[in-house]
Design a protein around this ligand. Structure first.
Ligand code: ZN
Ligand code: ZN
Length: 483
């Protein structure tokens, strides 16, 4: 290379360096010192909210406004002892990773294809344990036949529990889709497949953040919510050992996907059934004075049962007594020996619920006596068909509301009215402070508009990662605030 060329090359180099430097100065002058959410590695975070907003377009999320102010702190280590938006972002970030979303949907579909009824959830339970093993999460098995009690965290107090139910229903699925139930006459028509998937999803998030936990999260996978009082048996087998608070979610077709709903105090009614046998003496209908007529006695009992709620209960304390069957046989010419009546009763407090039980017993027996009959009333207590009311603790409800609002935005939290349905989570609420909440799965476009226990029930699977994130945040934040 001749000297002239060397000189030209030298000038070019100087010019290039000057140009690059000027460009960088210019770029810095128009950019903040920290990266914006859309330009860093977590740039899928807004997408999560956009996804929710597109599902529920009338409910823009507030998280966006926090995002700007907090984006500068992203990346700086936080213990989440004082929870801020970066903690919510981190949890959602784990939940919404594409491979995680696929995994959690796959899990739900596998469970949906193989529904198992109460106390028969062997394969579902095995699937859960396989996932727990993979994540190196310790657990105790079995509780209540097929149930699991897993734990993540320090192993010490405080202990906070999250629960999912595993059982399906004896219903033939009416939805035609790729992952339809493969078992004739059985279906996950109440969304318990989604409950399991969301809790396993939460386990993965919590395991990932185990170093941040200031106590221990107990994961309860329980059998037999629909029938058999699985929760009661789980408690009997030590599910709530050391536990000081418990939370659970149920999918709901009444709310748009990923909207959380709950309320303080009574949320779901207590539910009981009764069957009364009223006995008299058989006789020809043409000579009724030779018989002791249980038809008349049972009729009077049915009328008097209506007086319990309408005349004895506070109208502001909602209660129901419904007689749903009346059977005296089919002989049109004979007064029968016995009449069997039956029905159900509901109330929102334990006091009202057990008062109804006692009054149904008294009214039937006493009214039978008026017409010289005798009566026995069975409340099926040994068959585990009694569900107490589900009553949310004020502080636990506030915790759910706070976590959901911070995670998903205030527009995605709703205060819901009490419902007359029942749920065996109520057994836990009788022992430790608890909160039960709904997560919406309603999406008209997909057709997820049918109520639970319908053969056409289906969910919007986009709820799964978000439900997992809500579970995980509720538990982690509880420990951080109480540990
Ligand atoms: Zn159900
Ligand atoms: Zn259910």
């Amino acid at each position: 290379m001749n000297p002239l060329n060397q000189y030209v090359l030298f000038l070019s180099l100087i010019f290039s360096l000057f140009f690059v430097n000027s460009f960088l100065v210019f770029v810095n002058s128009i950019s903040p010192t920290c990266s914006s959410p859309s330009s860093d590695n977590n740039n899928e975070y807004p997408a999560v909210f956009d996804a929710i907003a597109s599902i529920n377009p009338k409910a823009p999320l507030n998280a966006g406004k926090n995002r700007t102010s907090s984006s500068c702190s992203r990346g700086s280590p936080t213990s989440c002892k004082i929870w801020d938006v970066t903690c919510s972002e981190a949890v959602l970030g784990l939940a919404r990773k594409p491979d995680n979303v696929e995994w959690i949907k796959g899990l739900r579909r596998k469970i949906h294809e193989n529904p198992e009824l109460a106390f028969e959830e062997y394969e579902t339970s095995k699937l859960i344990r396989t996932e727990l093993d993979r994540m190196e999460i310790d657990y105790r098995y079995p509780l209540a036949k097929t149930g699991i009690r897993a734990w993540i965290g320090t192993g010490g107090p405080p202990f906070v529990a999250i629960r999912a139910d595993m059982d399906a229903l004896p219903i033939q699925e009416g939805v035609e889709w790729e992952h339809k139930s493969k078992v004739p006459g059985k279906m996950h028509a109440c969304g318990h497949d989604a409950h399991v998937a969301m809790l396993v999803g939460a386990a993965k998030i919590l395991k990932n953040r185990e170093h941040l936990l200031k106590g221990t999260v107990i994961l309860l996978f329980q059998p037999a919510e629909e029938a058999g009082n699985g929760a009661k048996r789980m408690i009997g087998d030590g599910a709530l050992e050391n536990v000081e608070a418990i939370f659970a979610v149920h999918v709901s077709h009444e709310h748009p996907t990923a909207t959380i709903g709950s309320r303080t105090g009574p949320l779901l009614a207590g539910c009981g059934f009764f069957r009364a046998v009223i006995s008299g003496r058989k006789g020809l209908a043409s000579n009724p004075h030779h018989s002791v007529d249980p038809i008349l006695a049972a009729s009077a009992a049915v009328i008097s049962l209506q007086g319990i709620v309408s005349r004895e209960s506070n109208p502001l304390d909602s209660q129901v007594v419904s007689v749903t069957s009346f059977n005296g046989g089919s002989n049109l010419n004979m007064i029968p020996d016995t009449v069997i009546i039956g029905g159900t009763f509901r109330a929102f407090s334990n006091a009202s619920f057990y008062n109804l039980l006692q009054r149904i017993q008294e009214v039937v027996v006493e009214q039978a006596g008026v017409f010289r009959c005798s009566a026995t009333v069975d409340f099926f207590e040994n068959d585990s068909t009694i569900y107490p009311p589900t009553v949310n603790d004020d502080r636990m409800y506030e915790h759910v509301k706070k976590v959901a609002t911070d995670l998903l935005g205030p527009q995605n939290f709703r205060v819901v009215p009490p419902m007359m349905g029942a749920e065996d989570f109520s057994f836990y609420t009788q022992i430790v402070p608890a909160a039960f909440y709904y997560i919406g799965v309603r999406n008209e476009t997909l057709g997820s508009i049918h109520t639970g226990h319908s053969p056409y029930f289906m969910i919007d699977e986009d709820v799964l990662p978000i439900g997992a994130a809500v579970h995980a945040s509720i538990a982690e934040r509880y420990l951080n605030e109480h540990g």
